[in-house]
Ligand binder design. Sequence first.
Ligand code: DHB
Ligand code: MG
Length: 240
Amino acid sequence: MRKNEGMSESESSASANRYPAADEWQAVDRYFAEILVEEDAALIAARRSGTDTTMPNAEVAANQGAFLGLLVTIAGAKRVLEFGTLAGYSTIWLARAVGEGGRIVTLELEPQNAEVAEENFLAAGVADRIETIVGPAAETSARLISEGVEPFDFVFIDADKPNNPAYLQAALELTRPGAVIVVDNVVRNGAIVDDSSADPRVHGVRSVADAIAASPDLEATALQTVGEKGWDGLIIARRR
Ligand code: DHB
Ligand code: MG
């Protein structure tokens, strides 16, 4: 059926042309989170402790954390690299997904944030499989490259957005073929398509999208998300 063919005006507007308000997105997030996504006490505490970091409320939503965990499980990833720890909320989802034999390396600029995160890792029972490295991630990832660390299977890029292209380059040097690379916050309330945006974070996202598109080593797509985190999205890429 062609778009809207055979539909009454009211049917087509209900199914295709209705743009719900943010409070409805949030209600839908809450509905699915309640029936599908279990946040235990440690995850709830980790989310709350985000307010003790330099970027309150920047952590992923519960359903997004579960999505990252599922991607790790589906990919069979055992070694995960994360750019941007904050309070470690997404880190806990990733760490639980890799299981007991898995390993997470998470890179965090601010010592105070790393301290908050490490407490959360202990409470979540995953501290022994997570290494938190403090410092500018461009430098700490370069150190991992020069040390020749074992390649990673999965990378979550979720730190300062202007450095996204540098983090992608590091991720390409630190992963094996077949690895999955996810980039957070790529829609930014639609600012990604606002050509007049002077926001360096938007430019960082565009540059990384261009770099992914130009890389013969990567296949990728992007998904918009709405919900508790407003209107945003993820790029999901895979190394060939
Ligand atoms: C920003 C960064 C994040 O990782 C996030 O989830 C939301 C916002 C930011 O830099 O604005
Ligand atoms: Mg983010």
